[in-house]
Design a protein around this ligand. Structure first.
Ligand SMILES: Cc1cc2nc3c(=O)[nH]c(=O)nc-3n(C[C@H](O)[C@H](O)[C@H](O)COP(=O)(O)O)c2cc1C
Length: 375
């Protein structure tokens, strides 16, 4: 409909899969059951990442068990940024999937059916064992969990997102830079060798509690990921909480600028992109995406899709549409808002000479290609 009426092609990509537009749901409390997936499919969402499962071995042992805690209370709150802009955050003390592996596999099978039917791309998310420097990886957990997911998915390739969460960033495990870099170098290979079928891997990077330069180092250190999700929420160590809002998008966009300088401002940045294996990873953006315009900020830095959580949780009165499901209202606001929507933003990029029509149409993916070409 967007294509025919506005001559705008919103086609996008996540984990190498073609999707009709870039808007998806990030892993979390909004992808816990089949009902949520069905509503998202009906509303026309492009993809959903399921809640993060904590990996286990054949005996049910989980090295990361501390992340499988149960917590239901969430509060959507205003969180002003460091410079005072009012933004939204969700305050929540929970962590990963808190039910059984077999319950999770049932959800994966439901997601697989929606994916096969072409209604909604659904991808599982896992937190696997992350060892200290002097420890080895618990391969039995990687093998058992990945094989279980592959069994539920049944046809290659298996798609999986690996979560490095903000609570991990806040944990003593992540105090050591060398330890984090080792995880990023080795985890995709561990998952790949644990999988009984070809697998595509998205690595969702945490915002480590170090400076922007280290965040770029983390991107460059990651080996063998098909996609990098940039970047999970910030961690407030005083409150012991993950948070989002403008501080999160400021940080994420700043780091992506350092990694792939924007075409117009290459000389301003001290870091030159070096050719590494991660140049082959595509990018997916996450963090404070509450408008089509913000989504385009991530796209201009190379992100081919977007994973939202907080914007799905606002009071219904915050969305311009007055009817339809919550997901439908989110999509309507992000795509059609006359000033802040994706279509308005793409037309503005065209007017500014940053985007050209091909075959009479504007293409969302051209925005991301430009970031690749000119870096
Ligand atoms: C309540 C809540 C639970 C979340 N749980 C997970 C999770 O289990 N795994 C994960 O990878 N990300 C999780 N996230 C992160 C989101 O998927 C998303 O990347 C992040 O919140 C930034 O996007 P936003 O600013 O649109 O919320 C969670 C976020 C929230 C708010």
């Amino acid at each position: 409909m967007v294509r025919a009426e506005y001559r705008v092609d919103l086609s996008a990509r996540y984990l190498g899969e073609a999707i009709p537009h870039p808007i998806g749901k990030g892993s979390g409390q909004l992808s816990l059951n089949e009902g949520q997936l069905e509503e998202d499919a009906r509303a026309g969402l492009a993809f959903v990442v399921l809640k993060t499962l904590i990996a286990e071995d054949a005996t049910g042992a989980r090295a990361m068990a501390a992340w499988a805690i149960h917590e239901t209370r969430m509060a959507v709150e205003r969180r002003p940024s460091a410079d005072g802009r009012p933004g939204w955050t969700v305050t929540w003390k929970g962590r990963g999937w808190d039910r059984s592996l077999s319950d999770y596999l049932a959800l994966v099978r439901a997601g697989r059916d929606l994916t096969r039917a072409g209604r909604l791309l659904v991808v599982p998310s896992v937190k696997y064992h992350l060892p200290r420097l002097d420890e080895s990886f618990r391969e039995a957990e990687y093998r058992h969990t990945t094989a279980a997911l592959a069994g539920a998915w049944s046809e290659p390739p298996l798609l999986v997102e690996k979560d490095f969460s903000p609570t991990l960033a806040g944990d003593a495990l992540a105090d050591d830079r060398a330890q984090i870099l080792r995880w990023l170098q080795e985890v995709p290979r561990q998952i790949r060798s644990a999988s009984p079928m070809p697998v595509r891997i998205a690595v969702k990077l945490m915002n480590a509690r170090f400076d922007d330069a280290f965040q770029v180092e983390m991107i460059r250190a990651t080996r063998g990921a098909d996609t990098l999700v940039c970047f999970n929420r910030l961690f407030d160590s005083k409150l012991g909480l993950a948070y989002g809002g403008w501080d999160l998008s400021d940080r994420n966009l700043r780091v992506l600028d350092l990694y792939r300088p924007l075409p117009t401002s290459t000389d301003l940045y001290p870091y030159r992109p070096l050719p590494t294996s991660t140049d082959l990873s595509s990018l997916s953006g996450t963090g404070n995406i509450t408008s089509g315009r913000m989504l385009l900020e991530y796209a201009r830095r190379g992100c081919e899709s977007a994973q939202l959580h907080t914007f799905f949780q606002l009071a219904l009165s915050e969305y311009p549409a007055t009817q339809g499901s919550r997901t439908a209202r989110v999509l309507h606001a992000l795509v059609f808002h006359p000033r802040e929507g994706l279509i308005a933003g793409l037309l503005e990029l065209e007017a500014d000479g940053e985007l050209e029509r091909r075959g009479g149409e504007l293409h969302f993916l051209d925005v991301t290609q430009r970031a690749h070409r000119e870096s």
